[in-house]
Ligand binder design. Structure first.
Ligand code: PBG
Length: 334
């Protein structure tokens, strides 16, 4: 695209960069609290929290404290919290029965938040890794991750989460056919209002390491997730995954990780006119925190810059561990 731009000196782009107010006036993208989905780690117990060592500043919260956090988030204008359960090791099995237990941690937390803070959306992951003694997102048999057997369990998990009151389901397992199965199950069970945000372009990534610590999946996992999550070298394949998930009934799609896959975010936003989200994942968070703790980068600025990148790439919103902190900052008069 060639734009009609006057030659220098008639055109001096620095005129629009001279002052704060001028930069504010012409800025193309903005970050607001309503862009955020805030992931929260949940654990059993009462009135307690414990730090996640590989994610400094992030804590696992008991349900009562998660309710308080969700209330704060709602007051700050954050539209959605995404809950991730830290499941007790002795509830994890190879068949992942806990995934669809109506009384599991995720379902109890969802009910508590939806009744205490009705105005915030609750999103739950659909994947077996928090419940799998073998650490994978699907059922493992002789070292293989079984697709179709996993779908049957994901369907039950999705229904139990929707029945507990989850507003958005996020299939993050990367099994083939899962979005269609979940959408059909929701329709058949009077749960057609529940939205699906598909983790469509989800890459097999080393950037998830700290998250697996946070949900207690690190020790359990043998091997990696490269037989179901995407290969880092692929971009066209991501477009096919997005198209497939939309075709199967996804309402929104996600790219994950975020910053290392900004090209994918932009491509999805250009090629599909659907709400597209990016997940600024645990490894991205940990890198910012580690460099900041060493005094190597300006923490506040790098957080805002990293979030702005997603908006510039066209994303409708961002899943970020910084949601509360940044929403709080944005709410302060300047
Ligand atoms: C589970 C899941 C993962 C994340 C979100 N849901 C980990 C994985 O797939 O191994 C990662 C989030 C993060 O790293 O912040 N399927």
């Amino acid at each position: 695209m060639t734009l009609p731009i006057a030659p220098f000196p008639a055109n001096r782009p620095r005129r629009l960069r001279r002052t704060d107010w001028m930069r504010d006036l012409v800025r193309e993208n903005d970050i607001k609290a309503s862009d955020f989905i805030w992931p929260i780690f949940i654990m059993d117990g009462t009135d307690a929290s414990e730090p996640v060592p590989s994610m400094p500043g992030v804590e696992r919260l008991t349900i009562d404290r998660a309710v308080i956090a969700a209330n704060e988030a709602a007051n700050l204008g954050i539209p959605v919290v995404a809950l991730f359960p830290y499941t007790d090791a002795n509830l994890k099995t190879p068949e992942c029965e806990e995934a669809y237990n109506p009384e599991n941690l995720a379902n109890r937390a969802t009910r508590a938040i939806k009744s205490a803070v009705p105005d915030i959306g609750v999103m739950l992951d659909v994947a077996l890794d928090p419940y799998n003694s073998l650490g994978h997102d699907g059922i493992v048999h002789e070292g293989e991750i079984l697709n179709d057997q996993t779908l049957m369990i994901l369907e039950r998990q999705a229904l139990s989460h929707a029945e507990a009151g989850a507003d958005i389901l996020g299939p993050s397992d990367m099994m083939d056919g899962r979005v269609g199965i979940i959408r059909r199950a929701l329709e058949q069970n009077d749960l057609s209002h529940v939205a699906i945000m598909a983790y469509s372009a989800k890459y097999a990534s080393a950037f998830y390491g700290p998250f697996r610590d946070a949900v207690g999946a690190t020790g359990a996992l043998t091997g990696d997730k490269s037989t179901y999550q995407m290969d880092a070298g692929n971009s066209d394949e991501a477009m096919r995954m997005i198209a497939r998930d939309l075709d199967e009934g996804a309402d929104m799609v996600m790219v994950k990780p975020g910053q290392p896959y900004l090209d994918i975010c932009q491509r999805v936003n250009t090629e599909f006119q659907v709400p597209t989200f990016a997940y600024q994942v645990s490894g991205e968070y940990a890198m910012i925190e580690a460099a900041s703790a060493n005094g190597w980068v300006d923490r506040d600025k790098i957080i805002m810059e990293s979030l702005m990148a997603f908006k510039r790439a066209g994303c409708a919103g961002i899943l970020t561990y910084y949601a509360r902190e940044v929403a709080e900052k944005l709410s302060q008069p300047f």
